[in-house]
Design a protein around this ligand. Sequence first.
Ligand code: UDP
Length: 309
Amino acid sequence: MVTGGAGFLGSHLVDLLLTRGHRVVVLDNLVTGSVDNIAHHAGDPRFRFIQQDVTEYVFLEGPVDYVWHFASPASPVDYLELPIQTLKVGSLGTHKALGLAKHKRARFLLASTSEVYGDPLVHPQTEEYWGNVNPIGPRGCYDEAKRFAEAITMAYHHEHGLQTRIVRIFNTYGPRMRTNDGRVVPAFIGQALRHRPITVFGKGSQTRSFCYCADLIEGIFRLMMSRFSQPVNLGNPQEMTVLEFARAILAATRSRSRIVFRPLPQDDPRQRRPDITRARELLAWTPQVSLREGLAKTIPWFRTQSGAR
Ligand code: UDP
């Protein structure tokens, strides 16, 4: 069972699971996901899609071995628009997904986020760091929902002996991100392909590090198959400023766009880079795809999206 399996990362996970011989049930309410991301599996007897909100009771006949809980809006623009749905899917939705896993005696993996570290005061971020989150700021709905999701996941692990895994996902990109989801990768690529101004927020001195989706999904698969129930960071430790990233997009798209500066959104984390020592040691995992290679796989996909040339 993959909740959020019609979303960006969920659908890449579904592809990998089917390739590795699993049967997959996708549960998605399509609030931010799209059937376009899973349409290529229609007719495959090992694949099933249920359009449902995971905050409602999840009924599924037959055995389930693994529950991968990916459902949630994940872009700042989306969760600003959908703060209550974001809080509900992280809390009530995680509760339902855990309940299903418990009932089926399945192993459970929570897709958590680097946002649990908020605007971090420790750099790079290790899993031991507790974070610096503003609960009532614009990102609070997402950050606190995911922090609650981690807490209830650990509670099910301790109280019910459920086999649980928690991955903290850092910025990830690739084909199937929505052009208009507001995140920096689709925003800059979309603007560059249309030769429109690249909107750098603030001075662009805030940092991020960008992981290609195939690397991330491989790490998540390894984590589920591991025996480790503590949180694990997954992301690419190659850190750059947003301004440097804008220049990288301009070069990769050979765009004539100019860079313009817009106000920095409230509580935008000033720096972010995963410490991936734990993933390296436990899962023998490191990202394999450089930013250049990843963009070379991603930009052609955005070219095929309507509106972009
Ligand atoms: N950003 C930007 N211009 C945009 C969209 C985003 O400069 O058009 C910045 C944003 O302020 C943040 C970084 O890019 O510092 C990454 O933003 P994103 O929305 O992708 O996710 P975040 O990492 O903040 O959760």
